[in-house]
Write a new protein. Structure first.
Length: 347
């Protein structure tokens, strides 16, 4: 780990790229026996990006959204996903994902739903099974070419974005990246279709509606993912813990970014690690005490293969470390960085 005074400067620049004001940190004079730079680094690393910068990012997203609303010839839903929606982003100049979701067809859990109805034993209530049965009875299969429809939507999005923005990268398979030169923000436009899960079908709510992401390079759909369920769970858990869950997520993301070695863990991975910590272990803790909680979680994941293999994403749709030795090696790098900070807090 580098000198903490330098890391503090890095966070200040990352959070406030225009240097309008310094990231605010409450007085640390009440801390006894702890190096002030370490305490300040931990505090800053847990802070959220200033609302001023987040609003600029949202403005750039709204700008793209309005162009698509005005010019698309087909019906779509436009939604945001990603860390900005949970305020766990760690850059003042953050990009944002805008989903363009076709309304022409839905992917579904039809086979899973049919198996539930045909199975005598199920954990679901009679009312749930009845809802699923009625949905199956009214189900009609889409007879069009779903991937061809999504390709057409992608092509139309590309045409609109190229007409509206001078900087527009259409080379990536899963997204169109535009740069709004007025707001100095990037927006990734992602093409997708809805995926109606069994939980959505039985009435658990819109957050259980997943997405299939379209990849132009392969002309295939990827997923399903459940970004809105993840957003809801992170926001809810953080509310229940006085914001501590989001502080831990931001801390690990900043430590990963500031490390003097490359740590190839995504926000998706870090969200899962922090969300898996029982809230009873940290819901009343002081911010410096959270470092011990996070290190303890990382240590056990690094040294208990069963625990690592069974760690799931926040939405429960996939395993994070199972059959991925490379990602486990990167986890060990992160654990080492957090251990270094924890030791300096203790000393």
């Amino acid at each position: 780990m580098q000198e903490y005074s330098n890391l503090i400067d890095k966070i200040q620049a990352r959070y406030n790229p225009d240097f309008i004001n310094e990231v605010q940190v409450r007085s640390l004079s009440d801390i006894r026996g702890i190096n002030q730079d370490i305490a300040k680094y931990v505090k800053l690393a847990m802070n959220e990006v200033d609302e001023y910068y987040t609003q600029i990012t949202m403005n750039a997203g709204e700008n793209v959204k309005q162009h698509l609303k005005d010019e698309l010839s087909c019906a779509v839903d436009l939604r945001y996903q990603g860390s900005v929606m949970t305020q766990t982003h760690i850059k003042g100049v953050s990009d944002i994902d805008l989903l363009t979701i076709t309304k022409k067809f839905d992917d579904t859990d039809y086979i899973k739903a049919k198996n539930i109805v045909e199975t005598v034993q199920t954990d679901l209530s009679y009312l749930d099974v009845d809802r699923i049965k009625r949905w199956i009875d009214s189900f009609s299969q889409y007879l069009g070419d779903a991937n061809s429809d999504l390709l057409a939507l992608r092509m139309e999005d590309e045409k609109i974005m190229k007409g509206c923005y001078s900087i527009c990268d259409i080379s990536k398979g899963k997204s169109i990246k535009i740069t709004n030169t007025h707001y100095h923000r990037d927006v990734d436009v992602v093409i997708a279709s809805w995926h109606d899960s069994v939980d959505y079908i039985r009435g658990c709510g819109d957050i259980y509606r997943g997405l299939q992401i379209y990849n132009k390079t392969t002309n295939m759909r990827i997923g399903p993912d459940f970004p809105f369920l993840s957003i809801e769970r992170i926001n809810q858990r953080s509310t229940e813990t006085g914001g501590r869950l989001k502080r831990m997520i931001r801390f690990l993301k900043n430590v990963r970014t500031d490390a003097d070695v490359e740590i190839l863990l995504t926000s998706f991975d870090i969200n899962a690690i922090c969300y898996d910590i029982p809230k009873s272990q940290y819901e009343d803790l002081y911010y410096l005490q959270l470092v011990c909680v996070m290190w303890n979680k990382l240590y056990h994941l690094c040294n208990n293969l069963d625990e690592a293999d069974n760690l799931k994403s926040v939405d429960g749709s996939e395993y994070i470390f199972r059959n991925n030795s490379s990602k486990l090696e990167n986890l060990k790098k992160l654990e080492s960085q957090v251990w270094d900070i924890y030791q300096k807090i203790k000393s």
